[in-house]
Design a protein around this ligand. Structure first.
Ligand SMILES: NC(=O)c1ccc[n+]([C@@H]2O[C@H](COP(=O)([O-])OP(=O)(O)OC[C@H]3O[C@@H](n4cnc5c(N)ncnc54)[C@H](OP(=O)(O)O)[C@@H]3O)[C@@H](O)[C@H]2O)c1
Length: 294
């Protein structure tokens, strides 16, 4: 059974797509996405993704590692949202790096999602010089598999996740450069130097854990600004990402919260208040502790 997409949600989806960015692949990416990590496979995931689509999200961020791609695929099929309006992402997990393993992992995700192509496919984490012998070759072989899938028309846009400048270097020398880098970004961990490097190199940045998995939402500075702007702490975090030129990917299992998280396009945070939010970097509030080189 398909769900009814209300006119209001259709208008919201259009607004989000218009506010998005043009990728170097020539395709457009919406200005905000919906995260599916930690959604339990089965009804929880199906209902959450359907609610997200009903609220107006069109970018759905998934990964093989999340273990719920079959349920995400079921939600997409039941949603009634035309395929061309959707922007579906998956990622190849670290244990599938390498040319053939990446091709196999991609085909498995495609099958589980029950789709004919993906809008975006990312290398979830880089092989690191501190952890993997031949790390650079492993990343390059993986990237060559991504290029092959891209050139064969299975993926519209290819990119990476959690790559720092060092990991990006070799990939920038290939025939197709990364078009997206998805990294942790929130007040407390703004990664502005890496964002600037990506943007200078035509790589669009997505921000994962925009609420620091919820912890940033109870921070006093964020709450004071929420009162000042008459917004929720979550909206302050999402607007913060937006003003950094980043596409935030919030996750919520509640339709009210996922819907409210989309209302970030009708206000702006002053430069002075952005500086106050940057100052939280020194506290590292909400930082996951996840670093590819640690
Ligand atoms: N590439 C990577 O390595 C990587 C790593 C981590 C995450 N990600 C992606 O980024 C997505 C988001 O990150 P995340 O799931 O780690 O954390 P997050 O989005 O920063 O935080 C999610 C938490 O915030 C709560 N929340 C959401 N909206 C809220 C609101 N308006 N008010 C109060 N609480 C709210 C959620 O609770 P409720 O569900 O109860 O609302 C949940 O506990 C993931 O789902 C995944 O798609 C990617």
């Amino acid at each position: 059974m398909t769900i009814e997409i209300r006119a209001e949600a259709k208008a919201k989806a259009l607004e989000i797509c218009k506010a998005g960015f043009k990728l170097s692949s020539g395709h457009n990416i919406p200005a905000i996405g919906f995260g599916t990590w930690a959604l339990t496979p089965g009804t929880d995931t199906v209902e959450a993704v359907k609610c997200a689509l009903q609220s107006g999200y069109r970018l759905i961020d998934g990964a093989a590692f999340y273990g719920n791609e079959i349920s995400v695929g079921q939600a997409l099929a039941q949603s009634g949202v035309p395929r061309e309006e959707l922007f579906i992402t998956s990622k190849v997990w670290i244990d599938s790096l390498g040319y053939q393993k990446t091709i196999d992992a991609f085909m498995k995700s495609l099958r589980e999602l029950n789709l004919e192509y993906l809008d975006l496919y990312l290398i979830h984490w880089p092989a690191s010089p501190y952890k993997h012998p031949n790390w650079e070759r492993l990343n390059l072989e993986t990237w060559q598999a991504m290029i092959k899938l891209y050139q064969d028309g299975y993926i519209r846009t290819i990119g990476v996740s959690n790559f720092k400048e060092l990991h990006l270097g070799a990939l920038m020398e290939t025939q197709v450069q990364p078009m997206v880098n998805q990294i942790e970004i929130h007040p407390g961990y703004s990664q502005r130097k890496l964002i600037k490097f990506c943007q200078d190199n035509n790589i669009v940045v997505e921000g994962w854990s925009p609420f620091g998995r919820g912890t940033v939402l109870s921070n006093n500075v964020v709450n004071d600004l929420a009162k000042k702007y008459q917004r929720t702490p979550a909206q302050i975090c999402l607007r913060f990402a937006r003003q950094l030129g980043v596409i935030p990917i919030p996750k919520s299992a509640s339709m009210d919260r996922m819907s409210a998280n989309l209302d970030i396009f009708d206000f702006s945070i002053s430069n002075e208040d952005m500086l106050t939010l940057y100052s939280l970097d020194t506290t590292k509030v909400g930082f996951s502790g996840e670093d590819p080189d640690l």
